[in-house]
Design a binder for this molecule. Sequence first.
Ligand code: 5GP
Ligand code: ZN
Length: 114
Amino acid sequence: MDDCIFCRIVSGQIPSSKVYETDQVLAFDDIHPMAPVHVIVIPKTHIPTLMDLTAERMNDCDALMRAVQEVAKIKKIDQKGFRTVINCKEEGGQVVLHLHLHVLGGERLRDELN
Ligand code: 5GP
Ligand code: ZN
């Protein structure tokens, strides 16, 4: 997907600050952090939204959750805690149409929807 920002990050066409990587997933620092720690975790495969995560692709879901745990340990927010957010489609506030999880932490997060 040449027109997808996150596919371009996966292919190295757009640089990113890599936090964690496996064959299936990539995690990198958000370019506009909303908290002291703000990491984006994506499947390397182009899956547009959470609603496109079909049964055959559920192993990507496993890989994403494992990656969140690893990112939390790498960023040292695993003990105190953090928040994960998935924005889905327009009304959910999804801007980049490549499935991604936000991992936010490093301070007491406000009790509002992200
Ligand atoms: P969404 O609103 O789609 O859930 O979140 C997209 C996120 O991707 C935003 O937090 C935005 O700052 C981040 N983002 C957009 N473009 C880039 C980029 O080129 N590099 C990085 N590292 N993050 C990006
Ligand atoms: Zn993509």
